[in-house]
Design a protein around this ligand. Structure first.
Ligand code: HEC
Length: 271
C-alpha cells in the first residue's frame, strides 16, 4: 500500500505488434470476413508458431501466450479489426498513401487504449496511496486494532474523496469481501480469476481496459503484502483482539486466510 509503482505503457516497452500490423498480415485483398475471423480465432484460441502469420513479430516478441477472453469477445475484436481494415477505408487509387494514413488511424486507436489505461492506473494508484498512507499512519500511531476501526470508518469516505477529485466511480471489490458493499459482480469476478491466473503464472498483470461508448471500465488487481496479513491473514496469525473486532464489525467477513502476493481484490473504476 505504501509503494507507488508507475507503469508507463508506450512504444519503448511494447510487448506485442501494433494492431495495424496484425490487420496487414491477416487481411489481404480478397480475404473475406469469415476467413479472417476463422484464422484470427484459431490463432488466439491456441497460439502456435505453425499457425502464426507474423514470423517477424514472433522473432521480436516471442510467441504470444494463450489468454482467456470472455465469451464472444474475440469475435467482437475480429469484427472490429475486419471492419476497420485501413486498406478498405481508403478511397480508390490511394492505396499506397492510404496505407500510411490507415496506419495512423489504427495506431491512434491503440494509443487511446494506452491513454485510457494510464488514466485508470492514475486513479487506482492515487487512491491506493491515499488509503495506504492513512492506514500506515494509523497502524504506526495507534496500533492495528485502532487501524481496523479507522479502515471501518474511513476507507469508503477516503475513496469517495478520490471519486470526486477524479470524476470517476472508484471501487475496491473482492470475491472474499469484508464490507458487504464491496462484493464483486460477475464481470469483476471474472477478472479476479483472470488476475489470479496471471499472478500464479508469475506474470506482472496489466490493467484491463474495456471501453464502451463514452465510458471506460477499468480493472486492476490489488495484491497483498505482509502488512495486509495483520487484518487479512490466516485467522490463527491475526492478533486475537483484532480478529474479535473484525467479527464484531463484519459478522459476514470473508476477507481472511490470505498470504503474501495474492489477489485480495481489484480496482473497479468507471470513467
Ligand atoms: C488494520 C487492518 C487492515 C489492514 C492492515 C489492511 N486492511 Fe484491508 N480492509 C480492512 C477493513 C476493516 C476493510 C473494510 C473497509 C470497509 O468497511 O469499507 C478492508 C477492506 C479491504 C478491501 C476492500 C474489499 C473488502 O474486502 O471489503 C481491500 C481490497 C483491502 N482491504 C485490501 C487490503 C490490502 C491489499 C492490504 C495491505 C496492503 C490491506 N487491505 C490491509 C482492514 C485492513
Amino acid at each position: 500500500m505504501c509503494v507507488t509503482l508507475r507503469i508507463k505503457p508506450g512504444k519503448q516497452n511494447r510487448i506485442a505488434p501494433p494492431m495495424v500490423m496484425v490487420q496487414n498480415h491477416y487481411i489481404k485483398e480478397g480475404t473475406t470476413k469469415e476467413e479472417f475471423t476463422k484464422d484470427f480465432l484459431s490463432f488466439l484460441e491456441q497460439p502456435t508458431e505453425a499457425k502464426a502469420k507474423m514470423p517477424g513479430a514472433i522473432r521480436n516478441f516471442g510467441l504470444m501466450p494463450y489468454q482467456k477472453f470472455p465469451d464472444g469477445v474475440l469475435e467482437e475484436i475480429a469484427d472490429y479489426l475486419y471492419e476497420h481494415n485501413p486498406l478498405d477505408e481508403m478511397p480508390r487509387g490511394h492505396q499506397g498513401k492510404g496505407k500510411q494514413q490507415g496506419m495512423g488511424q489504427s495506431e491512434s486507436i491503440e494509443t487511446t487504449l494506452e491513454q485510457k489505461a494510464e488514466i485508470g492506473l492514475e486513479y487506482a494508484l492515487s487512491t491506493k496511496q491515499l488509503l495506504g498512507q492513512n492506514l500506515m499512519g494509523a497502524i504506526q500511531n495507534e496500533g492495528t486494532l485502532h487501524a481496523l476501526e479507522f479502515c471501518n470508518v474511513e476507507a469508503i469516505p477516503l475513496t469517495k474523496q478520490m471519486e470526486e477529485k477524479h470524476g470517476a466511480v472508484i471501487k475496491r471489490v473482492s470475491d472474499k469481501n469484508r464490507n458487504p458493499d464491496n462484493a464483486a459482480n460477475e464481470e469483476e469476478q471474472y477478472y479476479i480469476n483472470y488476475f489470479e491466473e496471471q499472478l500464479a503464472e508469475g506474470k506482472d498483470p496489466k490493467p484491463v481496459v474495456l471501453p464502451e461508448g463514452n465510458n471506460t471500465r477499468f480493472y486492476y488487481p490489488i495484491v497483498t503484502n505482509s502488512m495486509c496479513l495483520q487484518c487479512h491473514g490466516k485467522p490463527e496469525k491475526i492478533d486475537v483482539n483484532v480478529l474479535q473486532q473484525i467479527k464484531l464489525l463484519y459478522p459476514n467477513d470473508l476477507a481472511t486466510g490470505y498470504e503474501e502476493n495474492e489477489v485480495r481484490g481489484i480496482w473497479s473504476i468507471v470513467y
